[in-house]
Design a protein around this ligand. Structure first.
Ligand SMILES: *Cc1c(COP(=O)(O)O)cnc(C)c1O
Length: 410
């Protein structure tokens, strides 16, 4: 016996709005005012970016990090600091934001897409290893949606093949793998503070320098600052190689100081809601919950479940539509398609009238390159998680999924 779906004229499961709240308040305003009173908004002369980074370093238990203008910039800086150059191959994930790929291409290196694990949606280590060639120089792992990659296996592969590891943590603040924070395990960790991430400075980013070597810190720092090497009050402006200007301003640093104080609560809330959702749906035969990597702790930037269409009398899209009619926010899939199906890769054209750097490598970007990743996007439903949600919201989401699954289960 199942109750009538809202899409068929029945009562909706969710009748109250999702919990919401203000992300910014007087804490941020006070820091911003102090930044302006410094009479400089330049990170190297003021104290806000410096304080933001030192608080971040303390939270992450690391010695060195560099502030950037975005998460995309952070990844580019990490790759630059790794020495990634023309014709190098960099293995990464096909389900990610394009910010993961832009720095690779600006270094004139070639993205190579590995496949994913079917339920964590993170890189499958075996698939990475199969793609290594003499050109391979680095792996950019993407800890998708707050969930850590299988870092023991990935670091083992990297060590055996002499590859650098850059962790894209844009979606994964305070995410842990076997007790260690994501972003402190590879050579570099990259974070985004764009307005859609766990914490926001409007735009911005952070690169962690995990070797603990001062020399690596200086190289990383200079790569975000036009190659300017700033030591105290002296500056060396020698232009030895190309490096962009990705500096963070004091205004962003100021907001970051206040936002960082809220980060623990934000991530704890999201972790609790995501895990509660899994507990409420994991017995459903037709639903495959968002699986957390073994030994992992997720700060759920979003929740991605999969539906097993062979156990349902409806399609994934029909399921998502019925769920939305129940008042449950959701969308079918995540990004519209795996990134290698984008025109840039299909045409192998990153720059106008040029096939450089693709012509330097044999890498192909055809449909079927990463079959598991393609299937994930075709069979998943994305549910928002937010720190301001209430327990009732999650209970409603669970009730909605259970109602729709009960109706369509075969
Ligand atoms: C948001 C995001 C980025 C890019 O961050 P920006 O600050 O928007 O440049 C990179 N990778 C992933 C996985 C992201 O979600």
């Amino acid at each position: 016996m199942t109750s009538k779906l809202a899409i068929h004229g029945g009562d909706k499961v969710k009748t109250t709005p999702y919990g919401s709240g203000k992300r910014f308040g007087l804490e941020e305003a006070k820091e911003l005012l102090e930044a302006l009173e410094q009479n400089t908004l330049f990170y190297h002369f003021g104290n806000k970016v410096k304080t933001f980074l030192s608080n971040f370093n303390e939270m992450y238990g690391i010695q060195y990090s560099v502030a950037t203008s975005s998460g995309t910039a952070a990844i580019h800086v990490a790759l630059g600091a790794c020495g990634i150059s023309v014709g190098d191959e960099v293995i990464t994930s096909p389900i990610t934001d394009q910010g993961t790929l832009i720095g690779i291409l600006y270094q004139n290196a070639i993205p190579v897409f590995a496949d994913l694990e079917p339920h964590t949606y993170n890189l499958d280590p075996k698939s990475i290893e199969a793609l290594i060639t003499p050109r391979t120089k680095a792996i950019v792992v993407v800890h998708l949606a707050g969930n850590p990659c299988d870092m023991d296996a990935i670091m083992d592969i990297a060590r055996r093949h002499g590859l650098k590891v850059v962790e894209d943590c844009a979606q994964s603040y305070l995410c842990k793998y076997k007790g260690r924070l994501a972003g402190t395990i590879g050579d570099f960790g990259c974070f985004s503070t764009n307005d859609f991430k766990h914490m926001s400075t409007g735009d911005g980013g952070i690169v962690t320098v995990n070797s603990g070597e001062e020399a690596d810190y200086y190289i990383t720092h200079a790569f975000a600052d036009k190659n300017y090497q700033r030591f105290g009050s002296s500056v060396v402006r020698d232009l030895t190689h190309l490096a962009p200007n990705y500096r963070m301003t004091e205004l962003q640093g100021a907001v970051g100081i206040a936002q960082l104080k809220k980060l623990n609560w934000i991530c704890e809330q999201r972790n609790r809601f995501g895990d509660k959702l899994t507990a409420g749906i994991k017995d459903l035969a037709a639903i495959q919950p968002h699986q957390i990597t073994e030994g992992g702790w997720s700060s759920y930037w979003f929740y991605l479940m999969r539906v097993d269409e062979s156990k349902l009398s409806c399609s994934r899209d029909e399921f998502a539509q019925a769920l939305a009619e129940e008042g449950i926010s959701c969308s079918a899939g995540y990004i519209p398609q795996v990134v290698y199906m984008q025109p840039l890769f299909q045409k192998k054209q990153a720059y106008p009238n040029s096939s450089f750097p693709f012509e330097l490598s044999d890498t192909e970007y055809s449909k079927g390159t990463s079959p598991v990743a393609e299937q994930i996007l075709l069979t998943s439903i994305r549910l928002p998680i937010n720190e301001f949600f209430t327990d009732q919201d999650i209970e409603d989401v669970i009730a909605g999924i259970r109602k729709v699954a009960a109706h369509y289960s075969v």
